[in-house]
Design a protein around this ligand. Structure first.
Ligand code: CU
Length: 67
């Protein structure tokens, strides 16, 4: 299970947009978003490049916060 912090989510529409973006990434499964914590969690069927995740989230209009 992987967790990423995401900046900019404020409502259920944001949650849906982020889930959709994650769902479009090959290898990402069981994505969930915790709006209160501003986090998304998911599992990887195979290693997924962090840069790809950042890019997809950015295209949806949100920002992955670097730890
Ligand atoms: Cu929203």
């Amino acid at each position: 299970m992987k967790t990423v912090k995401i900046k900019g989510m404020s409502c259920q529409h944001c949650v849906k947009a982020v889930l959709k973006a994650l769902g479009e990434i090959d290898g990402v499964v069981r994505a969930q978003v915790d709006l209160d914590r501003g986090e998304a969690t998911f599992e990887e069927l195979h290693p997924v490049d962090d840069a790809l995740i950042r890019e997809k989230i950015a295209k949806a209009g949100y920002e992955v916060v670097q730890e």
